[in-house]
Design a protein around this ligand. Structure first.
Ligand code: ATP
Ligand code: MG
Length: 328
């Protein structure tokens, strides 16, 4: 069997009419995808990991034939999303963050029956599959047979969405932030299921998230995406070892807001988080902390900051992501 998903130089631009003032507007161009390429094999969970606006949902929508790319091509199970959308649709299960299409006045099971009919599943096969999925996702315990969809909690809606994505038993699953907003037990249930679907049933799964911790737990391979570009790719371990010399100086200081200006002089990559208005955590990415540390601390002290704490650490996956996404 070939590759499950092959993406070649996919690009997408949105044009948004932006009103400046009364009767005056201009067209704003948003480059959501700037030519991305990647592959997903059967039996593999690949994470598309990136911050808000990175282009994750756009990628999923193009692969699901809900959106046409401006340039490039994608093959799902050998079929083109541009030229053979109907073939593609039969081969994918999709779960989007904003769930549309479910009927509020129907129970969970009735909703699944409706979609099974819409997908053209033969009635007996549909019944078997729905029974199986309702058990698999433990929807029966949560009242899938008597509670109406509009009475569902977010966690139940997520499970029902995943059940719908699995109705057709398609070889390729496109899951857009499937655990968004779920409590830890529900999120874990979904993550465990996703891993099983790849390991035991050989599904190819593209899984978007902005959560590094989750990506590391669920994905065999991770694509780091930022501003429509894949900035790095590999297993979580590979990504961390891509920057073997990197150290992280975690510095907490108390003082005014101009911290960025003080670090900018060093021409290093860094990240600032401000918790209270005057309490800043700064993570500085450097190969040799000893070369800048003394000077950096002096600079903060000279500018009236209190040094609250300082540690030199190994990078986490989140640091690796920031490192790859930032210009120095
Ligand atoms: N329908 C649209 N019209 C105009 N711009 C859009 C549209 N959809 C997305 N965009 C823009 O395209 C870029 C990529 O958006 P996309 O939804 O793919 O990002 P994302 O990685 O899924 O982000 P998030 O983590 O917030 O879901 C963003 O700048 C977004 O504002
Ligand atoms: Mg999104």
């Amino acid at each position: 069997m070939g590759e499950a998903i092959v993406v070649e130089d996919l690009a997408k631009t949105y044009r948004v009419k932006k009103r400046i003032r009364f009767l005056k507007s201009h067209i704003e161009v948003v480059e959501a995808l700037r030519g991305i390429s990647f592959k997903v094999r059967y039996g593999e969970v690949v994470g598309l990991l990136g911050p808000n606006g990175a282009g994750k949902t756009t990628t999923i929508k193009i692969l699901a034939t809900l959106l046409l790319p401006d340039r490039g091509e994608a093959l799902i199970d050998g079929y083109s999303v541009v030229k053979e959308p109907n073939k593609v649709r039969e081969r994918i299960g999709i779960m989007l963050t904003v769930e549309k299409g479910f009927y509020g006045k129907l129970s969970g099971r009735e909703n699944l029956e409706y979609f099974a009919a819409l997908y053209g599943l033969e009635p007996r096969r549909a019944r078997e599959r729905i029974n199986y999925l309702v058990k698999l996702l433990e929807l029966d315990k949560l009242g899938a047979d008597y509670k109406l969809f509009e009475e569902y909690s977010l966690g139940m809606k997520a499970r029902l969405s995943l059940a719908r994505a699995l109705l057709r038993d398609a070889p390729v699953l496109l899951l857009d932030e499937p655990t968004l907003g779920l409590d830890p037990p529900s999120a874990r249930k979904i993550r465990d299921l996703v891993k099983d679907l790849a390991r035991k049933e050989g599904k190819a799964i593209l899984y978007t998230t902005h959560n590094m911790f989750e990506a590391e737990m669920v994905c065999d391979r991770i694509l780091l995406i930022n501003k429509g570009t894949i900035v790095a790719e590999g297993t979580p371990e590979e990504l961390k070892s891509r920057v073997p010399m990197l150290k992280v100086v975690n510095l907490v200081v108390r003082g005014n807001k101009k911290v960025r200006g003080l670090i900018a002089d060093y021409n290093v990559k860094y990240e600032v988080k401000t918790e209270a208005s005057d309490l800043h955590t700064i993570r500085v990415y450097v190969e040799k902390p000893e070369e800048i540390l003394g000077d950096l601390l002096k600079k903060f002290v000279r500018n009236g900051y209190d040094i609250v704490s300082i540690r030199v650490e190994e990078p986490t996956l989140e640091d690796v992501f920031i490192y790859f996404s930032r210009e120095a």
